[in-house]
Design a protein around this ligand. Structure first.
Ligand code: FES
Length: 641
C-alpha cells in the first residue's frame, strides 16, 4: 500500500495499476487505459467484468454468486466492479478488451447524383490599380459576377496571404452562398468530406471525394464510451450519476472522432484544410452525447429527445480538428429511440418510394424496426438488442476475437471463430445459430426448455449427449457445451476457421481453460425474451398497417448482426417472419451509407428530413397488444413449420 493507493498487477500484460483509495478495480483499469469489459457500467448486473485473482481475495458478495459459479469462485474468479482490491494481487482479466472487434463498414447502397453542399471556384483576381481605393475583397467579388457570396471573418483573414502567394490566382470554397475558405492557387481538385456512423459499440468514418463520390478511405474502432458501460442505459446512468459525466462521454467520443480523422488524413495523404463537410448519423443517445446535450430526458417516459431536426454546425463547435472551413451536418432523429442511424438506413433503402411493403430490422444495442411502403411507413424500437450483442448471456460477447459466430450441429458440434482462438465466448449470430439447431434437433423444445439427457430424441448420439451438463442446481446450470473446459473429459469437437488465423479442423479450446463455453438454460430464456420483443414489435406494426406476413415483399436486415446472422436460423427461432429466404436480404452498414448519401448530395439531406417527418413512430411501451404478441412470440416455432 502506498500513500496514494494500492498497487496491483493486471494480467495478461503484467501491467502495474494503482487503485486509489475508494476506487474499484473496474474504474482503476479504465483510468490506466486497459479497460475491462463491462456492459452494465459497474452495476453488477452483466457479469462481463470477471477477473481471476491470485493473492488475497475477499469472500464473494451475493451479487458475485449470481454471475460466477461455485467452482470459479473457489479458484478466485470475482467481478472487477464488485471486489475490493488488495495490495499485491495478480488480476487476470478473463475477457480482455484488446481483442479485435469485427466492424462492418460496407453496405449495399444505391446511386446518387452528386450535389455536395460545397463547391469550389478558381478565379484570377486582377492586381490593385493605384489609388482607386478598391479593396481586395471587392476585386474578388468582381471576379465572380454570377455569385452572391457572404464572407465570414476566417476566409477574409486568409485573403491577403492567398493573393500574395499565388500571383492573384485563388480558389474559393463555397457552402451555398457562404464563403468557407480562400486558398492560394487552383485547389479545385481537392474537395473532400467525411461521413461518420457513431454506434453505441463501434464507430466508422469514411473519407469521401466530393468530386467523384468515391470512398477514399475508411477507419473504425470501438466507441471509447464503452469503458463507461456497454449499453445505452448504462451511459445514461453514468451521465446522471456523475456531475462531469456528460462532458466526460462527450470528450471521449470527440477525441475518438479526431483520432479517426487523423488516420483517414494520414492514409489518404490529403490535407485537413481540404475537408469541408461532415455528415453524421447515430442513435439519439450517441447524437446527444456527441453534441454535449444532456440526454436525461431519454431515460424516462415519454423518452423525448431534446432535438429531432437535422443540425448544421461549424465543425469546430462540435470539437472536430478540421479548421474553420468545415461544417457538420447531423441527420435528423425520428423519436427517442429511433435516431439518425435509422434515418440513414431509411435514406439508403427508400421504403417511402417503394410500391411494395418492406420490413427493415436493425438489431444493434437497440432493436429498431421499420415496416411499410410509399403508402405509409411505421417505425418502432424495442429494448431487445443487447442480448444479440452478448449482454445477459452467460458467455455472450461482441463479435470480436475468439467469439463463436457460427455453429453447426450434426452428430457433433462445429464452431466458427471470429479472428481466431482461443474461444472467448459466443456472439449474437453464434447464439442464434446454436439455439436454432438445438430446437431443430429436439435438444430444446418449442417452449424453450433444455431437455434432460433422458428426454432427448433417440437419434441424438453420444457426442451430443455428453455435451449436456449441469444438474440445474444453484451454481451448476444446465447447459449445452460448445467448447469444453480443458480436463472436463469432453471431446472439444471440430472448429471451422473464419479467417486465415484459424485453419479448418482445429479443436476449439476456451480462453479460460477452467470454464466451458456453453449455452445455458438462462441464455435460451434471454434469447426468447429478445426475439419475442422484436417479433412482437413486428406484429404491432403489421396490425397497425393491416397486413399479413405474406404481404411483406422483402425483409432487410441492417447492421452487423443482420449481416452475419444466418437468415435460416433467424427464421427458425422466430426472430423474423416465416417467409421464403429469397425474400430476406442483409444490407450491411446502411446507416453509414445513409450518412455518405447525405454528404454527397444536399437533395439527399432534404429527403432525409422528409423521411424523419413522414415516418410514423409507434410507441410499444404500455400497449396491451404488444404484451399479447410478446407472450405469443416467446415460443420457438415448431421445427420444420
Ligand atoms: S457486472 Fe461488473 S461491470 Fe457489469
Amino acid at each position: 500500500v502506498t500513500g496514494e493507493g494500492i498497487k496491483i498487477t493486471l494480467l495478461p500484460e503484467a501491467r502495474e495499476v494503482t487503485v486509489r483509495p475508494g476506487q474499484g478495480l473496474l474504474e482503476a483499469a479504465r483510468e490506466s487505459g486497459h479497460p475491462i469489459t463491462s456492459i452494465c457500467g459497474g452495476k453488477g448486473t452483466c457479469g462481463k467484468c470477471r477477473v481471476l485473482i491470485e493473492g488475497p481475495v475477499d469472500d464473494p458478495l451475493p451479487v458475485e454468486r449470481v454471475h460466477v459459479g461455485p467452482e470459479d469462485l473457489a479458484r478466485g474468479v470475482r467481478l472487477a466492479c464488485q471486489t475490493r482490491p488488495h495490495p499485491g494481487q495478480l488480476v487476470k482479466v478473463l475477457r480482455p478488451e484488446g481483442g479485435r472487434t469485427r466492424i462492418l463498414k460496407g453496405g449495399k447502397g444505391r446511386k446518387v447524383v452528386l450535389a455536395p453542399q460545397v463547391r469550389k471556384i478558381c478565379v484570377s483576381v486582377p492586381p490593385p490599380a493605384s489609388l482607386d481605393g478598391v479593396s481586395d475583397w471587392e476585386r474578388v467579388i468582381a471576379a465572380l459576377p454570377d455569385e452572391v457570396v457572404q464572407a465570414d471573418l476566417a476566409p477574409l483573414r486568409q485573403l491577403p496571404a492567398a493573393l500574395r502567394d499565388a500571383s492573384q490566382v485563388i480558389t474559393l470554397a463555397l457552402q451555398g452562398d457562404r464563403l468557407a475558405s480562400i486558398e492560394p492557387g487552383d485547389t479545385t481538385q481537392h474537395l473532400y468530406g467525411l461521413a461518420f456512423d457513431i454506434g453505441t459499440t463501434t464507430v466508422v468514418g469514411y473519407l469521401m471525394d466530393l468530386r467523384s463520390g468515391k470512398e477514399l478511405a475508411s477507419a473504425s474502432g470501438m466507441n471509447p464510451q464503452g469503458a463507461y458501460g456497454g449499453d445505452l442505459i448504462s451511459r445514461l446512468t453514468f451521465v446522471q450519476e456523475h456531475p462531469d459525466g456528460l462532458s466526460t462521454l462527450q470528450r471521449e467520443i470527440v477525441s475518438f472522432l479526431n483520432q479517426l480523422i487523423g488516420e483517414l488524413v494520414e492514409e489518404s495523404g490529403i490535407r485537413r484544410s481540404h475537408i469541408y463537410d461532415v455528415a453524421m448519423v447515430g442513435n439519439v443517445v450517441m447524437h446527444h452525447l456527441l453534441l454535449g446535450i444532456d440526454p436525461g430526458s431519454l431515460a424516462t417516459a415519454p423518452y423525448a429527445p431534446v432535438v429531432r431536426d437535422s443540425l448544421d454546425l461549424p465543425a469546430a463547435e462540435v470539437g472536430l480538428e478540421l479548421g474553420p472551413q468545415a461544417r457538420v451536418h447531423v441527420l435528423p432523429n425520428i423519436a427517442g429511440f429511433v435516431g439518425a442511424d435509422m434515418v440513414g438506413t431509411l435514406l439508403t433503402v427508400l421504403p417511402h418510394q417503394s410500391p411494395e411493403i418492406l420490413l427493415i430490422i436493425d438489431l444493434g444495442t437497440n432493436g429498431e424496426i421499420a415496416l411499410g411502403s410509399r403508402e405509409r411507413l411505421l417505425v418502432c424500437s424495442t429494448a431487445a438488442g443487447p442480448a444479440f450483442e452478448g449482454a445477459r448471456i452467460r458467455h455472450g460477447m461482441r463479435a470480436a476475437t475468439g467469439a463463436i459466430d457460427k455453429v453447426k450441429i450434426d452428430g457433433d458440434v462445429h464452431c466458427r471463430l471470429v479472428h481466431g482462438g482461443p474461444v472467448a465466448g459466443i456472439c449474437g449470430s453464434g447464439l442464434v445459430d446454436a439455439v436454432a439447431q438445438m430446437v431443430e434437433r429436439g435438444i430444446v423444445n418449442p417452449s424453450g426448455r433444455l431437455l434432460k439427457p433422458a428426454e432427448l430424441p433417440p437419434d441424438i448420439g453420444p457426442k451430443l449427449r455428453d455435451r449436456m451438463v449441469g444438474s440445474g442446481s444453484e451454481g451448476d446450470e444446465r447447459r449445452f457445451v460448445l467448447a469444453p473446459a480443458v480436463g472436463a473429459g469432453l471431446d472439444p469437437g471440430i472448429g471451422v476457421g473464419l479467417d486465415p488465423g484459424v485453419g479448418a479442423g482445429f479443436k476449439p479450446a476456451p480462453m479460460d481453460a477452467g470454464t466451458d463455453i456453453s449455452i445455458t438454460q438462462q441464455d435460451i430464456r434471454e434469447l426468447q425474451l429478445a426475439k419475442g420483443a422484436i417479433y412482437a414489435g413486428i406484429e404491432v406494426l403489421k396490425k397497425e398497417l393491416g397486413i399479413e406476413d405474406r404481404d411483406i415483399a422483402q425483409v432487410l436486415l441492417a447492421g452487423a448482426f443482420g449481416t452475419y446472422v444466418n437468415p435460416a436460423s433467424a427464421r427458425a427461432i422466430g426472430l423474423i417472419p416465416p417467409l421464403p429466404l429469397e425474400r430476406v436480404q442483409a444490407i450491411g452498414n446502411s446507416a453509414g451509407f445513409g450518412a455518405q448519401l447525405a454528404l454527397l448530395s444536399t437533395a439527399e439531406r432534404k429527403i432525409a428530413g422528409l423521411i424523419a417527418r413522414q415516418s410514423e413512430h409507434v410507441r410499444l411501451s404500455g400497449r396491451a397488444d404488444f404484451q399479447h404478441f410478446f407472450m405469443q412470440a416467446l415460443r420457438f416455432p415448431e421445427p420444420g413449420s
